[in-house]
Design a protein around this ligand. Structure first.
Ligand code: F3S
Length: 407
């Protein structure tokens, strides 16, 4: 029998036990936060989640206070109650020692990952868990905190998740619950905007610019996007680049692309949704604080690369050699597949390092000595100047490779 908290969501018996501390202090505090979020958003109840993806775990972002909060929530809990995976952290765990990173940073980052692992998380440290073996059932309620992963889970995998903050996701992992609001409810999964993108797009970097503009135009809305009639069907890489950029410039966590993604339910939105037209990509470029001059780092793999992306990079770099640091960022699972196929060796021979567990936005690039990074990802280019204190050069994958080879 569910009982309503004074002003917030109704709670089932087990949830009341948790809230009253009968399951430990950590779960009590965690459920308090889940209930508080539900209260703010007017949720009628809490619902079980099938999995959680925790983000915001870079020591350069959350520091020792974030680590202390994490330990407080995990103290007295019996670990995570649902399968839990983890977003990239601030460094590649295998190469951090001796990499020149500050010792306190390395120790703090390891403590965060260790605390999550000890609570039962699968520390896959990737923002593309669905490319690293994590399966999602259609209709499943999730609490995935990484914006691009949440958007992909909602739009392409048929799951239902909001875009919780890192602490909220952590609390969902401890309690196994999330508040039922936002995109967990069918009525909020209909398009709020119809976007006519009447511009010819060439590759993921153009889709990224389009994504920045859509994100900026619709904010937290749900866009239904119509591409130009002569636009070829978008690839997974193009859709993901756009999804990641929409989540960066706005907070889009569900989108539809006509004839390219699962369709929205029919309804009044077809006449009521706001109309937006985009006929050029310049406004997207203007959202990036672009630097001038040569990069000292070229980075591919935001969101973390698929095996197909790594194959493509191996093709682009064949019989060429990068003359400046060049990263291909991905999960260990994809890296291992690349090793088996021989692609990792090909990339290494071309001077391309496969970097796992981290990314250009999560790593402290500025304090690692980098000043300017070339990127083919609009999301990374959007965040890098403010998060990492570096300038960015934004270009398609092939052009970024040329910059790496030219040095
Ligand atoms: Fe992933 Fe980092 Fe980009 S978390 S989406 S590679 S900014």
């Amino acid at each position: 029998m569910a009982a309503r908290t004074k002003t917030g969501p109704a709670l089932a018996e087990e949830e009341r036990d948790m809230l009253e501390g009968r399951m430990g202090d950590g779960p009590r505090k965690a459920l308090e936060l889940v209930v508080a979020v539900g209260t703010v958003y007017g949720a009628a109840r809490l619902v079980p989640v099938e999995s959680v993806h925790v983000s915001g775990i870079s020591y350069s972002n959350i520091g020792r206070h974030g680590l202390a909060y994490m330990k407080e929530i995990l103290a007295g809990s019996r670990g995570f109650r649902v399968p839990t995976t983890v977003n990239p952290c601030g460094m590649d765990l295998e190469t951090a020692d001796g990499s020149g990173l500050d010792g306190d940073f390395v120790a703090g980052q390891r403590a965060i990952v260790d605390a999550l692992s000890a609570a039962g998380a699968d520390a896959i440290l990737t923002c593309t868990p669905y490319r690293a073996g994590v399966e999602v059932k259609p209709g499943a309620a999730l609490a995935w905190a990484e914006s691009s992963a949440a958007s992909w889970a909602n739009s392409m995998l048929g799951a239902r998740t909001n875009r919780p903050g890192g602490p909220e996701a952590l609390c969902s992992a401890v309690t196994g619950r999330t508040a039922e609001y936002g995109l967990l409810l069918e009525e909020n999964r209909v398009p709020t905007h119809v976007v006519d993108a009447v511009v010819r797009l060439c590759g993921p970097s153009d889709f990224g610019l389009l994504g920045l503009q859509i994100g900026s135009a619709v904010g937290a809305g749900v866009p239904f996007i119509r591409l130009a009639p002569d636009q070829p069907e978008p690839s997974e890489g193009e859709l993901l680049a756009m999804a990641a950029a929409m989540g960066a410039a706005g907070s889009v966590a569900l989108f539809y692309v006509e004839d390219a993604t699962p369709a929205p339910p029919p309804g009044r939105w077809e006449t009521e949704a706001r109309k937006t037209r985009i006929d050029a990509l310049e406004a997207g470029s203007r959202m990036l604080s672009l630097g001038r001059g040569s990069p000292d780092l070229v980075a591919f793999g935001c969101p973390h690369a698929s095996i197909g992306d790594l194959r493509d990079l191996a093709r682009i770099f064949r019989r060429r050699k990068a003359r400046i640091r060049t990263w291909a960022m991905t999960s260990r699972k994809v890296r291992d597949a690349a090793r088996e196929e021989g692609i990792a060796a090909e990339l290494a021979a071309s001077g391309v390092e496969i970097v796992c567990d981290t990314c250009v936005v999560s790593a402290p690039l500025g304090s690692m000595g980098f000043r300017r990074v070339a990127l083919d990802s609009a999301k990374a280019a959007f965040y890098c100047p403010s998060h990492c204190g570096v300038e960015v050069v934004y270009a398609p994958r092939e052009k970024c490779a040329d910059l790496a080879v030219r040095g």
